[in-house]
Design a binder for this molecule. Structure first.
Ligand SMILES: [Zn+2]
Length: 268
């Protein structure tokens, strides 16, 4: 119910923003967005000043994200949440919210909206920024245009430990999804054992396989991208592939097939 309300609010705010898009006479919202995107692709990197501006918006959006988690949690626990900013590597601002009280909420239907609130609020705020900035978006370059969708995807794609992963744990009732899934993948693909059947969770080994491969696969793309910067994309691809295989091997070796399942792991 709460999730549906949140989703409806996100859709409604997106719809409001959609009809407020700064369109020129004779140009619809779709054409405006396509033109903004085309302009941004033609000039992928703006000036140094615009990069600093994008960094500022990024921090602003991250603050909205963390505040949304904190508000959603406070509205359920009745206790004030902690929000702050840490400096990563001594200079990179990283806002955070302390959501450890999440585990005190007994019902999954209370925990899931707290997880969902961050990415949804952040994406809505990015849409609002897109409208407020209007034609200035062109000067900010592709980085800003990609910022909103990238943040939403990296937060919700459940293959790395992030909001989307924690949400998938809530939806499936798995307490330690990554490790259960890696063990299931090991059982299914590396050491098939006809004695144990996990018919109810047919997707678990497949999810485990995807999760094991996702981060190594991104290293190949990173290698190609970095190689491309110095006009050596194939050398970058080979380097990325080597790093990916080494990481994958380390991950597979790290699986402990005999480990105990988390007590009540399958209790929804
Ligand atoms: Zn979050």
């Amino acid at each position: 119910m709460i999730v549906m309300t949140l989703a409806a609010a996100a859709v409604a705010s997106a719809a409001v923003v959609w009809y407020q898009l700064p369109v020129f006479p004779g140009e619809g919202p779709v054409a405006f967005l396509m033109r903004t995107l085309r302009d941004a692709v033609q000039e992928p990197v703006g000036s140094r000043g615009s990069l600093i501006e994008v960094l500022f918006y990024w921090v602003l959006l991250a603050v909205v994200h963390e505040l949304a988690h904190a508000f959603a949690l406070t509205s359920r626990t009745g206790r004030p949440g902690t929000v702050g900013i840490r400096l990563l590597f001594g200079f990179w601002p990283r806002p955070f919210a302390d959501v450890t009280a999440l585990v005190t909420l007994p019902r999954s239907s209370d925990r899931a909206p707290v997880l969902l609130a961050g990415p949804l609020a952040e994406f809505a705020a990015w849409l609002v920024l897109l409208v407020v900035l209007g034609s200035h978006v062109k000067a900010l370059g592709l980085v800003f245009v990609l910022l909103g969708p990238t943040m939403l995807l990296t937060n919700l794609v459940p293959l790395v430990r992030n909001d989307g992963y924690l949400l998938l744990q809530e939806l499936t009732g798995e307490r330690d999804l990554i490790h259960s899934a890696r063990r299931a993948a090991h059982r299914a693909f590396l050491a098939p054992d006809p004695q144990t059947s996990h018919a109810g969770r047919w997707w678990l080994p497949w999810y485990g396989l995807l999760e094991l491969a996702a981060v190594p696969a991104s290293l190949v793309l990173l290698g190609i991208g970095l190689g491309g910067l110095v006009s050596l994309p194939s050398a970058g691809a080979i380097g990325g592939l080597a790093a990916a295989l080494s990481l994958l091997a380390r991950r597979v070796r790290g699986i402990d097939p005999g480990a105990e399942e988390w007590p009540g792991a399958n209790a929804a």
